[in-house]
Design a protein around this ligand. Structure first.
Ligand code: ZN
Length: 205
């Protein structure tokens, strides 16, 4: 017959009651009194942290008047990245597909920074749309550069926003795209989409 060791009950009880009475706040590690029952994702929170989390989550939902700022900053981010990508292609004459992810990332970061504390779906859609805009702009810069260079060989000078180049670009764009580009577009847009996403934490009372 096997004998289980019988623990000195006083010690076990003390440990057990310590656990029950002194839960620690999962954010600041302070003791949470038993009558406070607020949790986030099943983890206990002290009143101070729960109030702060509640405020932060409310701020995420409140886009208020920040949308134009988020949009402008997202456009700026997309354009900067598009310029960087186009410059890399023009100087190396090699199309580095993964720089497309930078376009998505900077579009998303612009939207996120411009939005202040706000997060969520409308900002994610904006970021993805601006990522796509940035990719098209980058393609345009690249196309305009090489098209102007070929015109220059015939002795015709054309600026980057030459009406002829602008008119031909939409027609030429599908021919410039490879199946690989689709992959980079998807990566760029999913990157942009993730940056201004809302917190997945839920606060329970
Ligand atoms: Zn706390």
């Amino acid at each position: 017959m096997h004998q289980f060791p019988v623990a000195p009950s006083a010690t076990t009880d003390a440990v057990a009651s310590n656990h029950a009475d002194a839960r620690l706040c999962s954010l600041c590690s302070n003791a949470v009194p038993t009558h406070e029952t607020r949790t986030a994702e099943l983890r206990p929170l002290c009143t101070g942290c729960a109030d702060q989390l509640e405020k932060d989550l409310a701020a995420e939902k409140n886009l208020g008047s920040r949308f134009p700022v988020a949009l402008a900053a997202g456009i700026a981010g997309a354009l900067v990245a598009a310029g960087v990508w186009a410059a890399i292609v023009v100087f190396t004459e090699y199309e580095v597909g993964y720089v497309a992810v930078l376009v998505g990332y900077l579009a998303g970061m612009g939207v996120k920074l411009g939005a202040g504390k706000a997060r969520g779906k409308s900002l994610q859609i904006t970021a993805a749309a601006l990522g796509l805009f940035g990719l098209v702009v980058a393609k345009y810069f690249i196309f305009a550069h090489f098209f102007a260079a070929s015109l220059a060989e015939d002795g015709i000078s054309a600026g980057p926003f030459d009406p002829t180049i602008l008119a031909i670009f939409p027609v030429a764009l599908p021919g410039m795209l490879s199946p690989f580009d689709l992959l980079w577009v998807l990566l760029a847009l999913s990157t942009a989409w993730k940056v201004p996403a809302a917190s997945k934490v839920a606060l329970q009372r």
